[in-house]
Design a binder for this molecule. Sequence first.
Ligand code: LLP
Length: 382
Amino acid sequence: MFNKDIAGRLAKLKTPFYYYDMDMLDKTVGLIRKEAERYSYKIHYALKSNANERILSKISSSGLGADCVSGNEILMALKTGFRAKDIVFAGVGKTDEEIITGINNDIFCFNVESIQEMEVIDKLSSERNYTSRIALRINPDIEAYTHKYITTGIEETKFGINIWELDNVIETLHSLHNIELIGLHFHIGSQIRRMNAFKSLCTRVNELQTWFENRNITIDHINVGGGLGINYDDPDEIPDFEEYFGIFNELLELRSGQTVHFEPGRSVTGQTGSLITRVLYIKNGSHTNFAIVDAGMTDLIRPALYQAHHKIENIISQKAREKYTVVGPICESSDSFGKYIELSLTERGDLLAIRSAGAYGEVMTSNYNLRNKAPAVFSVDL
Ligand code: LLP
């Protein structure tokens, strides 16, 4: 991705910044569309993974829908060209104001996470003479084999409605007249690399479909959420959408006319972005050399928050390799991007690329230490 020419151009820019490879984004979006179209699957891109306006405009122009988790995400999705009829709105804590934003814009569906939320959506809808379409987000109690902070589908996380509560849900639904149940929604976690987790999800969806069928409730669509992981060791690898969709095609037992919806985030944007940072100082420790860089956990919090691994490359130096611990300038020991990692011999002024940072990178930046937020640079503008 970073040949000498690109590295030379990047070296002239003020660091740190997010660098987006728009070719990679095109390829990834093209591939996910092609593979999803085989089975007429509907894709709602999860804005939370990257809400950069130019990235969003590109994704919306390819015809994908949007998965939003706040009123502002709905407004941003509309602003960047996503159609209201392709927007789903999830989240355990939707405020009245955010629900009204969804209603006023006639979005496709609210993914509802509790009985009380259902009642509030019904009330706000009835006050506006409107019927909201909802999907029940059910907690399927499935292990996703990923980091505990991004596991969402096991019992006793705050997400979704527990299976044992479904009888109550159905009873409540009968008493509400301004919501229409159109779907079932699931999301078991993020950065899932073991496909068995998705297979177990399919089995649970099949069981639940029978449960609803036995109660004469028709479901139009099944939304299986997002979660497909990316290969952080190989930032040039596009996720295997063929295998992923193939699992659902093989294992989901759909009823006639049902559509299947997905909410991928990381798998769409993850490999398109790198955080580019400059080496400020090399400092010798007793066991390691520290490469102190000008990006910190304020620019990319994933390593500090989830002990996440991002491949790091020196894109300037071609010299023999050495081990470094790459750290940022923030006054926290967790402000580290990688311990004892091999880099080409690194000097003050070199540029490091922290790869696979397109998802949950720029969106999770902060101004801690009153630092400026890293701007975005696009390959097509270089
Ligand atoms: N749908 C729902 C309901 C979600 O909660 C999420 C992500 C997605 C879709 C998209 O999942 P993806 O395809 O991106 O895995 N900040 C963390 C990830 C948090 C994921 C939250 N939910 C990280 O940096 O790893």
